[in-house]
Every structure is written in C-alpha cells, then in structure tokens.
Design a protein around this ligand. Structure first.
Ligand code: PLP
Length: 467
C-alpha cells in the first residue's frame, strides 16, 4: 500500500513513513493511492466478531505488511483494553430509525481516544524498531491534549510536550493532562490563549535546526493513522445494524473533518453507507461550502462545543482531492487561494456534485443545542454532551429526508462538559468511577509565558535528547 499527497509533489510513502511524517512535505495530506475493497461477503464475515477483530481486518490492508500481524493484533488489543466498555464503541437505540454510537468510553472520555490509543502505540513501536526517539509537540484547547497524554504516557521512545492555555481549559480536561506524572509527559500551561499555544508550536516546527535535533513530530488529526483507526467504528456500527444488506447513514458532529472523513473512507471501501451528514455548530464553514461551493474563512465563535470551534477543516482537503479528480496541482492552487485571500471556490460543478453525492450538512446554534440536550433526556433518558447534541439536532431535522436508519456519533461523555449539561437539564452528569477521584490526584505542570524562546528552552532542558 502506497500513500500519495493531496498536493501532488511530495514523495510517495509506505504506511510507517506516513505514520511518522504526519503532514506531507509539500504541505498536503497523505491518502491511500487506492482504497482497499471489502466485498459484501467480506463485510458479512465481520458479523458477530469483536471490535478488536473488526479493527484488525479494516486496518491490516492499510498497513500493507509493514507491521507483522501478531504485533498489529497485540497493539490493537492493548489500545482497546484501556476502554471502560467491552464493546469499545457500543450502539444505543434512540428511536425506531435512530441510533447513538458511543465513542467516549476511552481513558479521556472523548472519541479521540479511539485513534490516539492506537497511534501512540504504532509510533512508539516504529521508533523503537528504528532505534530512534521522537519529541511529540502539540497545542490543545482540551480534548486532543488529554487524549495524547492518555495515549503517550509511559511510552518508551517518545516524549510528549503539550501546551494548553492557562485557565482556559475545563478542570476535568486540565486534570486529565496534568495528573499524568510519567517522566515522558510534560504539560505546559501558557499564559495566553489557544491561538498563542498554536503559534508557538508552529514556530518550533518552523525552526528547522531545533525540529531536527529533537526529531519533532505531531499527532494532530491530519495524521493518516488517526483517520484509519476511525474507519473501524463505521464498519462495526453498520455491521451491527445489518450491513452489507441494509445501508445506514451517519450524522457526525464535525470540526476538523477527521471523524466524518473516516466514514467517507469506509464507504469508498465498499461499506453500504447512504448519507454522511456533517453537523456543525455556528462555526459552519463546511455547511456553507456544501450549500454554495464557496469555502470562506470567518472568525471563530466560542461555543459550548469547543472541539468544533474551527476556522478551517483541514481534513476536508482529502475529499476535495477526490472531487477534483485527484489533481494535486489543482488542490495546491485552491489552498494557495485560501492562504492568500481567505477563500476559494470549487473548481467546477462536477467537483461540488462529487461532494454533495456523499455529504449533507447543517448547522445548529447554541439555543437549539441546549434544547436538544433537554429533549433527548426527556425522550430517551440519555444525558448527552453538547457536541453530541449538535449531531442529534441535525439528525432530527434530516430524519424525514433520508431513507435509511441514522447513526449519530456521540463524541464526548456528558461529564466532560458538565456546565452545558447542567444548564440544559439541571442535572450534573457523573464521571465514570475510574475517573471519580481525578479532582484529588496530584497535578504537575509548568507555567510559561507566551514566548517561543521560553518553550524552546524548556523542551531543550527537559528532553532526554538534549545531549
Ligand atoms: C475533536 C472533536 C470533534 C470534532 O472531530 P473532527 O474529527 O475534528 O471533525 C467533535 N466532538 C468532540 C468531543 C471532539 O473532541
């Protein structure tokens, strides 16, 4: 299996090189040269098997023999042994034709654990095999950093440095990061905003000498291995609901488009997926594009669903690449437009039709999100988090329009966003027992000013790669 860049000029790579590279060196995103195919009979064979078995079958063709089967199996088993539910991603029925796919049973209670638990093991395994060490550096507004800490803590070939804006992440999110006392985990609270954190990380990646010296790497949602790991639950959910015989639609609370792109990939592999419904909060760049063909950056508005507060959806580039006949030069030009002018237009009606052929999209505002949390509790007894509620509200408005059952993805546990849930319902959702004592655990983090030099000096002093 070879991977090519969406911008057409980076070298083709195999799985393990793509895993460690993250972004392609022409600024593009790696995608498989061809999608592995699952015939109806292959899909039928998945029925009744465990999530881990599904993961092995779906992931194996993408790895292309670069990791021996036995090692792949054992990393999958270890990744999902950290989950609090034996089914890993259980389905809950909400109505006659509506289901909730619970993706929040991992160690940090958001769907990012599903991919990150596997990604960290793959990266550490490959580094160890090459006799190398890497420094993983990232900025977080909450969920990604927590998932990364939960996944990389205790790994032996990687050191993790996560920057979060001091006082601007929730207590639970901060504690999920700062109570990991492992030697290879370094939390940095920046006296500034999330944007400050992000620009510091960017500056460090742009410092070629520093980047090489510490072999810096990232784990954000454009990493191919994360998208790949997320395809698995589209298969497991569809098979539980009757695939390959019955098509299903998925409604996905969307920010950076990594999660729903995995659904698109599963469809390209032969899974009978009907509609892919993009659900956004008021940061609705994707919904506007699908309506109008114009992709226009706006200002980010802070909402109750912060993990979907984005200006651009990086992974959407992977769909644009297919929509423009896999012409890397065209994508390069569109992205240059976006950088220069803050906007671009689909290059043709055919390109827009390609996108509309798979995706619907809709937005939900803050009031409707609160109403949805309350309505869902009243109708089903389920407490849901605000990200999930955005998905449910959009699914509700689409129900009459799709001729297949809808699976809405539940991307976070309600206890991760207790303030919104309490506002909507008067109830304070409880943390699962294994996290109930998180408020009493010892925390460790470094407070630094919003300065590239301060962070660079801190990493240089704390890294075991300093000599
Ligand atoms: C990251 C995140 C999302 C958005 O997922 P994308 O892959 O970026 O579209 C939605 N909900 C929660 C809770 C998240 O943490």
């Amino acid at each position: 299996m070879r991977y090519i860049s969406t911008r057409g000029s980076a070298p083709e790579l195999g799985f393990c090189d793509v895993l460690l590279a993250g972004l392609a060196n022409d600024g593009g995103l790696y995608v498989p040269e061809t999608w592995p195919q699952f015939a109806a009979a292959d899909i039928a064979l998945l029925a009744g098997k465990s999530y881990e078995d599904h993961a092995f079958e779906v992931i194996r063709p993408f790895v292309g023999g670069e990791i021996p089967d036995a090692d792949l199996e054992s990393m999958i088993a270890q990744a999902y042994a950290t989950f609090g539910h034996r089914a890993v991603a259980p389905l809950v029925q909400l109505g006659s034709d509506h289901w909730l796919l619970e993706l929040f049973h991992g160690p940090t209670l958001a769907f990012k654990d599903i991919a990150m638990q596997l990604l960290a093991r793959f990266i550490d395994y490959e580094l160890a095999r090459r006799g190398e060490r890497a420094t993983i550096v990232g900025a977080t507004s909450g969920d990604t950093g927590a998932a990364a800490v939960g996944a990389f803590r205790g790994r032996t070939a990687s050191d993790l440095f996560i920057l979060h804006p001091k006082g601007r992440v929730s207590d639970v999110q901060r504690r999920q990061m700062t109570t990991a006392l492992d030697d290879n985990v370094h939390n940095i609270a920046i006296e500034g905003t999330f944007d400050d954190c992000q620009s510091i990380v960017k500056a460090l990646f742009n410092d070629g000498e520093f980047r090489q010296r510490f072999r810096m790497s990232g784990v954000n949602s454009i990493n191919w291995a994360r998208v790949m790991a997320q395809m698995v639950y589209y298969f497991s959910a569809a098979v539980s609901l009757g695939a390959p015989l019955r098509p299903v639609s998925f409604c996905v609370p969307t920010g950076n488009f990594g999660d729903i792109f995995a659904g698109y990939g599963a469809k390209r592999m032969g899974l009978p997926v009907d509609r892919l419904i993009v659900a956004t909060n008021v940061n609705d760049i994707l919904a506007r594009f699908i309506e109008t063909g114009r992709y226009e950056m706006g200002d980010v508005v802070a909402t109750m669903s912060p993990s979907m507060d984005i200006q651009v959806s990086s992974n959407f580039e992977r769909v644009l690449f297919d929509a423009h006949d896999r012409d890397g030069a065209k994508i390069h030009a569109l992205m240059a437009d976006l950088t220069e002018t803050g906007r671009f237009e689909a290059a043709s009606n055919a390109a827009l039709s390609h996108v509309r052929g798979d995706f619907d999209a809709d937005r939900t505002d803050e009031e409707a999100t609160l109403r949805e949390i309350a309505t869902t509790l009243r109708e089903t007894g389920q407490l849901v988090d605000p990200h999930t509620a955005v998905g449910l509200a959009v699914a509700r408005s689409h129900k009459g329009r799709v001729g297949s059952p809808i699976v809405t993805l539940s991307t976070a546990h309600p206890a991760k966003f207790p303030d919104a849930v309490e506002r909507a319902t008067g109830r304070i959702p409880e943390l699962p027992p294994r996290l109930a004592d998180i408020g009493e655990r010892e925390e460790r983090y470094e407070v630094l000013p919003a300065s590239v030099d301060a962070v660079r000096d801190f990493i240089a002093a704390a890294s075991p790669m300093k000599d």
